[in-house]
Design a protein around this ligand. Structure first.
Ligand code: ATP
Length: 554
């Protein structure tokens, strides 16, 4: 999908191939009684995400239509929201306006059309040095406006240089997934509305030769930078760097800066960059408006609890994360089979299906999206109410990116739920050390749907469901085996009968699982031959003992 004339290139170099409002009822979620996740639907605490562009969410507009008696509650909520917005200590906004940057008229007008006046903190701190040609390594929490923090300088610099399409690509933006590249391309398009500069999108599938020619000039931006090396795309990145000019300007951005960033910085920066971490010193790394909980579910009951949760939250917008494409496929199919409508996104789909599903879910007011980590990073999907991590994230860092799909922007609100089997509870220590606050939620056994035997019959009799269930079961075990945090997620501790039950089998299916522990994640996790080096004091992974730099926000 490369366009012929591009001086701003957005590309996805990495893509996955596999894998408060007030408490209305005070006693509901108090300390003694964990929140019940499968109880009858009542107003969730955090269902209205209001994005910082000043637009109220559709849901909020709908809520405002509620009968008169509820107006008082609404007014209180509005006031509370304003309080949050003015609290610059915990919010993402700065007091500085875009006007203070003295941007070109075309860029200023485009920003005005977006409805933004003040910059977010990362924008206020990263845009000026980038405009001055400095290299920047930028960290700021999820949903805090990093995209414009690098796109505004990119567009301004091209404009100032009077960069022409015939000059080639002036700016290259590298994103870890295709959807993120598409989204970033859309934001850049909005910014370039009144400019003569052009832009293009490379998300695989087009001529390598044309792509190489388009990339021949420019300055480099890497979004979700830490993810780039994780997927072992070091070689590809080196190829890209080789064809870029040596005297370029470079910027790396992510919500989580880690050891991997150092490797990447070494590869991509010619000289030491300016390091900007706007959230340094914060007591927690996740967003203010995010309510996070975990629920302990025995493995054999996982499916039924998820099913009951989704049934209960049918009027909400929910994303559910799985560890493999096959698991997403199976769950989407069986849920749709039993009239629980859900969409899915994973790396084994055709790009057209992925793109359509992504945009449909962005527009939807409610609905369920089952996905792999292909949707974990950077995606700015409006008004997501719940992030459910059905399969465990690979690290606390991935947890942070997944839950970052909700409660985005200033005053944004949302909920997150992590499923853990009793054997995985130690993961909570790592979350605590990573400054992620999670509360225990519960479910009422009596309210969990009892459809296990019905589903076992269905999977037993339906050839296609059976095949998908087997593949999903196998992939779940393989993904578990390749987990980075082996001390917690040990495949040896899994009870395969219980795992089989969670994939709607009455007995473990006959599948070949050739687990070779010496070969785990050979292609996806190895960086410079080292393993991650996690421990509770180092929840984000390995770094040198003498390295005192603060790569993670506290
Ligand atoms: N100056 C601003 N004022 C108000 N809202 C803004 C501003 N800048 C960006 N936003 C909005 O904030 C939301 C989050 O922005 P963005 O997607 O850039 O976050 P991010 O920091 O890149 O998140 P992630 O780490 O998840 O990739 C978007 O809906 C965007 O339109």
């Amino acid at each position: 999908m490369a366009e012929p004339e591009n001086n701003l290139q957005i590309s996805s170099s990495i893509d996955e191939t596999n894998n408060n409002h007030k408490h209305k009822k005070k006693n509901k979620h108090d300390k003694k009684r964990p929140r019940d996740i499968v109880e009858e639907e009542e107003e969730d605490e955090n269902v209205n995400n209001t994005h910082s562009n000043g637009e109220s969410s559709k849901k909020k507009k709908k809520k405002n239509k509620k009968k008169d008696g509820e107006n008082e509650v609404e007014v209180e909520n509005e006031l509370e929201e304003k309080k949050v917005k003015n609290n610059s200590g915990s919010g993402i906004m700065s007091n500085e306006s875009f006007d203070s940057l003295e941007l070109s008229k075309s860029t200023s007008k485009a920003i005005m059309d977006m409805g933004f006046q003040n910059m977010t903190q990362i924008q206020a701190r990263a845009i000026p040095p980038l405009l001055n040609g400095k290299n920047v390594l930028g960290a700021a929490r999820t949903g805090s406006g990093k995209t414009l923090a690098f796109l505004i300088p990119a567009v301004e610099l091209l404009h100032k240089l009077k960069f022409n399409p015939r000059d080639g690509a002036g700016v290259v933006v590298i994103c870890p997934t295709r959807e993120l590249a598409i989204q970033t391309h859309d934001v850049a398009k909005e910014l370039l509305k009144y400019h003569s500069q052009t832009l293009g999108l490379i998300i695989g599938g087009s001529s390598r030769k044309t792509e190489a020619q388009d990339l021949a000039k420019g300055c480099l931006i890497i979004d979700e930078a830490d993810r780039i090396l994780e997927a072992n795309f070091e070689d590809e990145l080196k190829q890209i760097l080789k064809i870029l000019p040596k005297d370029r300007q470079t910027a790396l951005f992510s919500a989580t800066q880690t050891q991997k960033i150092e490797d990447l910085a070494r590869l991509s920066f010619q000289e030491t960059p300016i390091y900007i971490d706007v959230d340094d010193g914060r007591k927690k790394v996740t967003n203010e408006g995010l309510l996070q909980g975990y629920v302990i579910v025995p493995c054999a009951k996982r499916f039924m609890v998820l099913y009951s949760f989704l049934k209960r939250h049918q009027t909400k917008k929910v994303m559910v994360f799985f560890s493999s494409c096959n698991s997403v496929k199976f769950h989407a199919d069986i849920f749709n089979h039993i009239n629980l409508h859900c969409a899915s996104i994973h790396g084994k789909q055709k790009q057209q299906t992925r793109t359509t599903t992504f945009f449909d879910f962005c527009k939807a007011e409610n609905g369920v999206l089952l996905c792999t980590d292909v949707a974990a990073r950077g995606l700015d999907i409006p008004d997501v109410d719940w992030i459910v991590q059905y399969d465990p994230p690979d690290e606390p860092k991935e947890y942070i990116h997944r839950v970052g799909r909700t409660a985005r922007g200033e005053g944004g609100k949302g909920n997150a739920l992590l499923f853990l089997i009793p054997e995985e509870l130690k993961f909570l220590c790592y979350l605590k050390e990573a400054k992620v606050p999670v509360k225990e939620y519960a479910y009422d056994e009596k309210k969990v749907a009892n459809v296990q035997s019905h589903l076992e019959n269905l999977v037993g009799e339906n050839y296609f469901l059976n095949k998908m269930a087997k593949e999903a079961y196998r992939s779940y075990i393989l993904a578990y085996n390749s987990h980075s945090m082996k001390d917690i997620f040990s495949v040896k501790r899994l009870d395969l009968q219980d795992v089989a039950t969670s994939f709607c089998f009455s007995n473990p299916p006959n599948v070949s699982i050739n687990i070779n522990t010496s070969n785990q994640r050979k292609n996806t996790r190895k960086v410079d031959g080292s393993r991650h080096g996690f421990n509770p004091n180092n929840p984000y992974g390995k770094r040198n003992a003498d390295d005192k730099r603060q790569f993670v926000r506290h």
